[in-house]
Design a protein around this ligand. Structure first.
Ligand code: SME
Length: 147
């Protein structure tokens, strides 16, 4: 997975293609990743740029500070929620979602965007997911910098 992600991001013709590749690859590879999306920061908002999953989300623009997505962007830290029903920040997208992980894409202390993954099982994500996804976020930050 690591090899194919790294190769795919490097070979993608532009950032948009790299974002879609990562969503498709993560979703296809890992059944726990029920919905995978990537938001990009535009002004004070997160804007959905790519996703892979069974349905579209109504949350295509999220103000920074709102939802679990907005919280991760503001904190510039990964947010892992084991039970979305118990989290007052949660913005509901899909009735099947039980847990969520949001990993910011950071460069020079700024949040460029984030990877957002929904799981259908409670506590679907762990520290290994966090590590791998933070590594993917670094790949995308490098791609966004033209590296
Ligand atoms: N649940 C997110 C909103 C985005 S959807 O999961 C695709 C949130 O609470 O910010």
């Amino acid at each position: 997975l690591i090899d194919s992600l790294s190769r795919g991001v490097h070979e993608a013709p532009d950032l948009g293609a790299a974002l879609q590749f990562v969503c498709d690859r993560l979703h296809q590879q890992e059944p726990r990743y029920a919905w995978v999306g990537i938001y990009w920061v535009e002004g004070e908002e997160l804007v959905l740029k790519a996703y892979c999953g069974p349905a579209a989300t109504q949350h295509v623009r999220i103000p920074i500070g709102r939802g679990i997505c907005g919280l991760a962007a503001r904190r510039k830290q990964t947010v892992l929620v084991d039970d979305v029903c118990a989290d007052p920040n949660y913005l509901a997208c899909f009735p099947t979602t039980r847990s969520e992980i949001v990993v910011p894409i950071l460069r020079d202390g700024r949040c460029l965007g984030e990877i957002d993954i929904d799981g259908d099982a409670p506590a679907a994500f762990d520290t290994l997911d966090k590590l791998v996804l933070e590594w993917v976020a670094e790949l995308l930050a490098a791609k966004a910098s033209g590296r």
